[in-house]
Design a protein around this ligand. Structure first.
Ligand SMILES: *[C@@H]1O[C@H](CO)[C@@H](O)[C@H](O)[C@H]1NC(C)=O
Ligand SMILES: *[C@@H]1O[C@H](CO)[C@@H](O)[C@H](O)[C@H]1NC(C)=O
Ligand SMILES: *[C@@H]1O[C@H](CO)[C@@H](O)[C@H](O)[C@H]1NC(C)=O
Length: 423
């Protein structure tokens, strides 16, 4: 336990060598990881027809807390049968199922709150000080790695603030698995063990102190496990995938790495009590904002991603525009490229529009911070245009952890309900 804490809380990354939390992940019991690895990773590559692995799990009603239950699922949303008779859902439908589930959880809790007071800390005598110490550690990590974000959390109520810290720390640790000092050694099996550990957190069996904070958070707030699982899935995807066949595949990736954070945090941030917006539409908007941000990132960083051999742009759309991977690697701004980029930018703007619709439904006081972050990122698209679509050569390399975490966290911060923002 202390091993993991040392790594995460250590202020500099040098200290992270030697006794990393990857080791503590490794010691976890991984009874079913081999089977799952074959099942999850294996199906990704050869069986190209079956698009996305998350789908069935996202519909696994009631099976969230048991990895053994995964085989069974019930289809909630409309389905489309592919020519081969396989069930094929679009990424949007799959992700929407997660949104619905999270929104339902929040509604259920609101109902039960009407006749119930806020749950007190239920803990065995003597464990409360430990719990508050665990949360303090999360706060320290957050302050260390995301100063501005940390300051933003100070505007929230103490319960919400601590919960957001716990979630931040988990996201950070997850991201470090594939982008930390040991990213090159990370195996699918290690990610499976990390997921087993996540299930334990939701079952109230945390592995270390930082996990304990999240464990407590998920009993107090209506947080669903699925977005957490999906973020791990995004990390799995990054291990083997460097091309995206079409926008449907890209949509799912953007949800995994950016949309998930919105779904994890809104239940904690809370929706303004005076808001007339439906729970669902607020989640839709936070999801749209995450997707828009990630799409913008991809367009902005196309040059540096290409230098790492990665092309996130949809392959079919590139081909339609008469562009190949080699054109991207060559990085020449041609008319074909400009036309292609115009369409991509247009689509990203549509997601920003969707996010805006949700924002305008919020009370005026809660609107401004969301607007601020939205406009900030939206502006990047204008800059790309002003740059004559040359996003191949200029930008300096920015490490991926920053890219993945900084953005969603910025908009999460902006979702603080109006009553908590001291205007
Ligand atoms: C990284 O890997 C090395 C060699 O496998 C190991 O000794 C070290 O503890 C690991 N560090 C982290 C942060 O897990
Ligand atoms: C949320 O988005 C989905 C599509 O992703 C859409 O079908 C649904 O109508 C939206 N719901 C609301 C309340 O905006
Ligand atoms: C890409 O666009 C962003 C936003 O306009 C700009 O800051 C950045 O320098 C551009 N990158 C390249 C490589 O031109």
């Amino acid at each position: 336990m202390s091993v993991a804490l040392m790594w995460v809380v250590s202020p500099t990354s040098e200290v992270s060598n030697g006794t990393g939390f990857l080791d503590s992940v490794r010691v976890l019991d991984s009874f079913n990881s081999v089977a799952r690895c074959r099942n999850l990773i294996g199906s990704g590559r050869p069986k190209r027809g079956r698009k996305n692995r998350l789908n069935y799990r996202s519909m696994n009603e009631g099976g969230y807390f048991s990895s053994k239950n995964r085989g069974s699922f019930s289809v909630i949303s409309s389905i489309v049968a592919s020519p081969t008779g396989e069930i094929a859902l679009t990424s949007e439908q799959k992700v929407y199922d997660v949104v619905l589930k999270q929104a339902a959880l929040v509604k259920r809790q609101l109902k039960s709150r009407e006749n119930m007071e806020v749950k007190p800390d239920i803990a065995l005598p003597g464990t409360l000080p430990l719990l508050s110490e665990a949360y303090d550690r999360c706060g320290e990590v957050c302050a260390e790695y995301a100063k501005t974000f940390y300051l933003g959390t100070l505007l929230m109520t103490p319960e919400r603030r601590r919960a957001i810290w716990a979630i931040y720390v988990w996201c950070r640790r997850t991201d470090e698995l594939v982008d930390g000092p040991n990213a090159s050694h990370i195996t699918p099996a290690a990610l499976d063990r990390w997921e087993t550990r996540l299930e334990d957190i939701f079952r109230g069996r945390p592995f270390d102190m930082l996990d304990a904070a999240l464990s407590d958070t998920v009993t107090k707030f209506p947080v669903d496990i699925q977005p957490f699982r999906d973020m791990i899935e995004g990390m799995r995807m990054d291990l083997w995938k460097s091309r995206y066949k079409n926008f449907d595949e890209l949509y799912l990736y953007c949800y995994y790495v950016a949309g998930t954070v919105g779904l994890m945090s809104v239940p904690i941030m809370g929706i303004a009590p005076e808001s007339k917006a439906t729970t669902e539409s607020v989640y839709n908007a936070s999801l749209a904002l995450g997707l828009a941000n990630q799409l913008t990132n991809i367009l902005r960083d196309v040059g540096e991603d290409a230098r790492r051999g990665r092309i996130y742009l949809p392959q079919d759309e590139l081909a339609q525009a008469g562009l190949s991977d080699d054109d991207i690697f060559a990085g020449k701004v041609t008319d074909k490229w400009r036309n292609f980029m115009k369409k991509q930018i247009k689509r990203a703007r549509k997601f920003f529009d969707d996010a805006e619709k949700g924002v305008t439904e919020l009370s005026s006081a809660s609107r401004w911070p969301v607007w601020a972050s939205l406009l900030l990122y939206r502006q990047i698209l204008d800059e790309i245009e002003a740059n004559d679509y040359n996003n191949f050569t200029r930008r300096a390399y920015v490490s991926k952890p920053k890219k993945i975490l900084a953005l969603p966290m910025a908009y999460v911060k902006s979702l603080v309900p109006p009553s908590l923002v001291k205007a």
